[in-house]
Design a protein around this ligand. Structure first.
Ligand code: G
Ligand code: G
Ligand code: MN
Length: 732
C-alpha cells in the first residue's frame, strides 16, 4: 500500500522527461517463434511506453544477459531448450545465483492444454504461463501489461525500501559521530550511496546565520575534494555554488536539475549551521528528491542530538529519544540492588518486536512513538518501581518487588497501545528473572542473560518467559558457552586445522584453508558452527577472527620453512569488515608480520546479519591492492549471489557444498554449477568447489571446467603436522 510509505513515489513518466521503454527478455531457441513474438510486441505499449525486446537463444545466453540488465521487467521463458530442464534450471539460477527476485517470469509451454503444475510454479517462483499456440495479440498484451505493472510497482517499492534502509543506517552511524566533522564525513558517504554511487561530488558547508560570508567547506568529496577547508568564495563559479548561495539567502533546501542543497539546521538551532550540497550529471528524479528530503530531515535530527550530547553530560545516563534512564543508568541501579540486602527482586526485560521493520515501513518517528507508547503502558501498570530504563533500541528493563507485576505488564501489552495518532496493536516479548537466583553474577552479566533469554522468547513467540530453572535452560547453556569462549580466547586456547585445496586434474596441493578448532580437555573439539554464530551475536567474533589470522600467519611461516609455498586462506565474518577498528587491526597484523601477502587469502563468510556487500568494496579493494586474495565463501546461498557480488572486489568464488553434493544426483544442480562456472568465467572469478566427497563429483566438476577443489575425497581439515606431511606427499 503506497500510503504507508513515508514519502510518495512518483510515476515513471514524472521521474524523467524522456520516454524510455520497458525491457522484456525472450529466452527461446526457436527462431521462427522469436520473430513472431517480436512482431506481436511491436505495437504493445504499457502506460504509454513501448517495449524493448531482448532475445537470448539459450539458458546460458540468458544467464549472461540478465545480470547486465537489472532493469528487465519480464522474462518470457521457453521451458524446453538445450535440455528438458534448461528452462526450470534457469529460473533457479535467476532467483538464487543471480539474485534477481523481482523480475517476473512467464513460462511458455509448448503443447496446448499443458499448463505447468501449480506446485512447480510456486517452487520455482514463476509468475504466469502462456501457451505458445495461444499467442493472440490481445492475450499477449494483457499478460505483458499485468506483469510489467506489477514488476514496476515492486521495483519502485524495493528502491524506496533500500533508500529508507540507507537513511536508517545513516541515522545510526551518524549518531555515533563524536564531532561535527566526523558527522559531515559520514554524511558524504551516505549521500553517495543514496544516489547509488561509490563517491559523489559533494560538499558539506558550515556557516553562521549572522555572517553568511563566513561559509566554509568542512569536508568534500569527488571533484570538490580539493576544496575541503576552503571558504565558499574560493569554490569556482558553477551551478552548485549558485545553488548553495540561493539556499544561504532563502534558508531553504534547493533542488534544481542536478543540484541538491540540503540545510541540516533547525530554525531554533544556534548560530552555527550546516548544509550539504551535491551535483549529479543527470537530473534528480522526483523519487530521489523525496528521499533526499527524508534524509535531510533525519540528519537534522541527528545533528541536533549530536550537539545536545556534546553539551549535556547527564545524557550519559539518559535516553534522549524517550527521555528515560538508559542502559548505563540501569546497570548502576542493578548493581546497587545486587550488592544490597534487598536482592529479592525481579528483573523484567521487555522488547518491542519488529522495531526495525516498523521503522523501515512507517518511519523511525512512528516506531519511536510506538516505543514511547509501550513505555507508558509499563509505567502505568507498575507503580512504585525504581525505574524503567530503555536498555537498547527497542527494549526496556525494570526491577520490581512483586512477581505479579511481570504478568500484569505482559497482559497490559496484549491490549492495543495508545499513541498520538490512534491505537495500535504491538507484539512484545518479555523475560522475567528473580535476581536472587543469580547470586554471584555481575549486573552486566545478569542483563546479558536476560537479553539472551529475550532472543529465546522471540524465537518461541513467548510473551512472557520465566527464567528460573538455572541449569536447564538452553539460554543459560548458551550464556555459559559464551563465557567459556571468552575465557578460551583470553587464554589463547583456540587453534586451527588446515584443509588442503587441490588441482582437480592432478590432485596436487594448491593451497590451504585455515579452519578454527576449539579443543576440549577430553580431546574432542567443539565444532565451529556451534560457536561462530554465538561469537557473532555475543560480540566476540572480531577477537576470534583476529586470533585465527594470527595463527594463519604463523602457519604460513611454518609451512614455508618446510619448503611448501602455497597460499593459506582464513575465514572472516562479513560483519567484521564493516567495523573500521577490526579492519585496521587486521591490516596492521598482516603488515607487521612480514609475511608475503600473496600467500594469504581472505574468505568472506556470511554473517547472521543481512549485509549489503557493496558497502565493504573499498576495504576488499585495499586488501587486493596489498596482494591478498579475496574469496567469497558459500556462493549461491543466502546473500552471496551475483546480484551482490558482481561489482565486488574479489578474486575467488567458492561454490557451496550443497551444489556439489547434488551434482551427481540432480540435473538441476549440474546445470546450475555449469552456469556458475560459465558466468564466473565471464566475470573473471576463479572458482573453488567445496565439499567434494566422491570421484564422480570430481570428474563431473572437471568436465564442467572447474580446476580447483577441496573436500574429504582429498583430505579433511588436518592438524599442522599432518597437513605438512600431506603437502609433502602431494606437492606439484
Ligand atoms: O570446519 P568446519 O566445521 O570446519 O567450519 C564450519 C563453518 O565455520 C564454516 O562455514 C566456516 O566458514 C566457519 N569458520 C571456520 N573457521 C572460521 C573462522 O576462523 N572464522 C569465521 N568467521 N568462521 C570460521
Ligand atoms: O563454509 P566453509 O567453506 O568455510 O566451511 C568448510 C566446512 O566444510 C568445514 O566445516 C569443513 O570441515 C567442511 N568440509 C570440508 N570438506 C568437506 C567435505 O568433503 N564434505 C563435507 N560434508 N564437509 C566438508
Ligand atoms: Mn571457508
Amino acid at each position: 500500500m503506497p500510503d504507508e510509505i513515508p514519502f510518495s513515489y512518483a510515476p515513471a513518466s514524472q521521474a524523467s522527461s524522456e520516454v524510455s521503454s520497458w525491457k522484456i527478455l525472450s529466452v527461446e531457441d526457436d527462431a521462427n517463434y522469436r520473430s513472431s513474438l517480436a512482431l506481436a510486441l511491436e505495437t504493445v505499449e504499457v502506460e504509454g511506453r513501448p517495449i524493448q525486446l531482448l532475445c537470448a537463444k539459450s539458458a546460458f545466453e540468458a544467464a549472461k544477459l540478465i545480470p547486465e540488465h537489472p532493469d528487465i521487467g519480464v522474462i518470457l521463458l521457453d521451458v524446453v531448450m538445450e535440455s528438458d530442464h534448461a528452462g526450470l534450471s534457469l529460473v533457479r539460477t535467476i532467483r538464487e545465483v543471480i539474485g534477481n527476485s523481482l523480475v517476473r517470469i512467464v513460462l511458455l509451454t509448448g503443447q496446448p492444454g499443458m499448463a505447468p503444475r501449480l506446485d512447480v510454479m510456486k517452487e520455482y517462483d514463476i509468475d504466469d504461463y502462456l501457451n505458445k499456440s495461444d499467442l493472440t495479440h490481445d492475450h499477449l498484451s494483457a499478460i505483458i501489461t499485468a506483469n510489467i505493472r506489477s514488476w514496476d510497482r515492486s521495483s519502485q517499492l524495493e528502491r524506496a525500501k533500500q533508500g529508507l534502509q540507507i537513511i536508517t543506517e545513516a541515522s545510526r552511524t551518524v549518531s555515533q559521530a563524536r564531532d561535527v566533522k566526523a558527522f559531515a564525513q559520514e554524511v558524504l558517504g551516505h549521500l553517495a550511496r543514496l544516489l547509488g554511487a561509490e563517491r559523489g561530488d559533494i560538499v558539506c558547508v558550515q556557516y553562521a546565520t549572522d555572517n553568511v560570508e563566513s561559509a566554509t567547506v568542512l569536508v568534500a568529496s569527488g571533484k570538490y575534494e580539493a576544496y575541503a577547508q576552503s571558504t565558499l568564495d574560493q569554490l569556482p563559479g558553477c551551478a552548485l555554488k549558485t545553488a548553495i548561495q540561493d539556499s544561504l539567502s532563502s534558508h531553504c533546501n534547493v533542488f534544481d536539475q542536478g543540484c541538491a542543497v540540503m540545510n541540516f539546521s533547525r530554525e531554533d538551532s544556534a548560530n552555527d549551521r550546516y548544509l550539504a550540497a551535491l551535483k549529479t550529471t543527470r537530473p534528480l528524479s522526483a523519487q530521489e528528491v523525496n528521499l533526499l528530503e527524508v534524509f535531510c530531515e533525519n540528519m537534522s535530527t541527528c545533528l541536533t542530538n549530536l550537539k545536545l550530547s556534546n553539551q549535556l553530560h547527564f545524557l550519559a545516563y539518559r535516553d534522549p529519544e524517550l527521555d528515560l534512564p538508559n542502559r548505563n543508568h540501569f546497570l548502576r541501579t542493578l548493581s546497587h540492588v545486587l550488592r544490597s540486602r534487598h536482592k529479592n527482586k525481579h528483573l523484567l526485560v521487555i522488547e518491542l518486536g519488529e522495531f526495525n521493520e516498523i521503522g523501515f515501513h512507517l518511519g523511525d518517528q512512528f516506531a519511536l512513538q510506538l516505543l514511547a507508547g509501550v513505555a507508558n503502558v509499563i509505567r502505568q501498570t507498575v507503580t512504585g518501581i525504581d525505574e524503567c530504563a530503555r536498555i537498547d533500541r527497542s527494549s526496556f528493563a525494570l526491577l520490581t518487588e512483586e512477581h505479579s507485576c511481570c504478568t500484569q505488564v505482559a497482559d497490559a501489552l496484549k491490549r492495543p497501545v495508545q499513541i498520538d495518532g490512534g491505537v495500535y496493536r504491538v507484539v512484545t516479548y518479555a523475560v522475567c528473572l528473580p535476581t536472587q537466583a543469580f547470586e554471584g553474577e555481575s549486573s552486566a552479566q545478569l542483563l546479558s542473560i536476560a537479553e539472551i533469554a529475550i532472543e529465546q522468547a522471540r524465537e518461541n513467540r513467548t510473551d512472557l518467559l520465566e527464567v528460573s530453572e538455572m541449569e536447564q535452560t538452553p539460554i543459560l547453556q548458551r550464556y555459559h558457552l559464551l563465557t567459556r569462549l571468552r575465557r578460551a580466547l583470553d587464554n589463547g586456547e583456540l587453534t586451527i586445522f588446515l584443509q588442503p585445496k587441490v588441482h582437480l586434474e592432478s590432485g596436487t596441493l594448491a593451497g590451504f584453508e585455515a579452519l578454527v578448532r576449539w579443543p576440549q580437555p577430553d580431546g574432542t573439539f567443539i565444532p565451529p558452527d556451534q560457536f561462530i554464530p554465538l561469537a557473532e551475536r555475543g560480540g566476540l567474533i572480531s577477537e576470534l577472527d583476529l586470533q585465527v589470522l594470527q595463527a594463519t600467519l604463523a602457519a604460513v611461516v611454518r609451512v614455508k620453512s618446510e619448503g611448501i609455498e602455497v597460499p593459506i586462506s582464513f575465514n572472516t565474518s562479513a560483519m567484521n569488515l564493516f567495523r573500521t577498528e577490526h579492519f585496521e587491526a587486521m591490516v596492521n597484523m598482516i603488515t607487521s608480520s612480514g609475511v608475503d601477502p600473496r600467500l594469504l587469502e581472505l574468505e568472506l563468510t556470511e554473517s547472521e546479519a543481512a549485509t549489503e556487500y557493496t558497502q565493504i568494496s573499498c576495504e576488499l579493494r585495499q586488501l587486493l591492492d596489498m596482494g591478498l586474495g579475496v574469496s567469497i565463501d558459500d556462493f549461491g546461498t543466502g546473500y552471496s549471489s551475483l546480484a551482490h557480488i558482481t561489482n565486488l572486489a574479489a578474486t575467488v568464488l567458492k561454490i557451496d557444498q550443497s551444489f556439489v553434493a547434488g551434482i551427481g544426483e540432480s540435473t538441476d544442480a549440474y546445470h546450475i554449477i555449469e552456469l556458475i562456472l560459465r558466468l564466473t568465467d565471464h566475470f573473471e572469478f576463479n572458482v573453488v568447489a567445496e565439499g567434494i566427497e566422491s570421484e564422480t563429483q570430481r570428474q563431473l566438476l572437471q568436465r564442467l571446467g572447474c580446476h580447483l577443489g577441496q573436500g574429504y575425497l582429498f583430505a579433511p581439515p588436518l592438524p599442522m603436522d599432518a597437513a605438512i606431511k600431506w603437502a609433502h606427499a602431494h606437492q606439484s
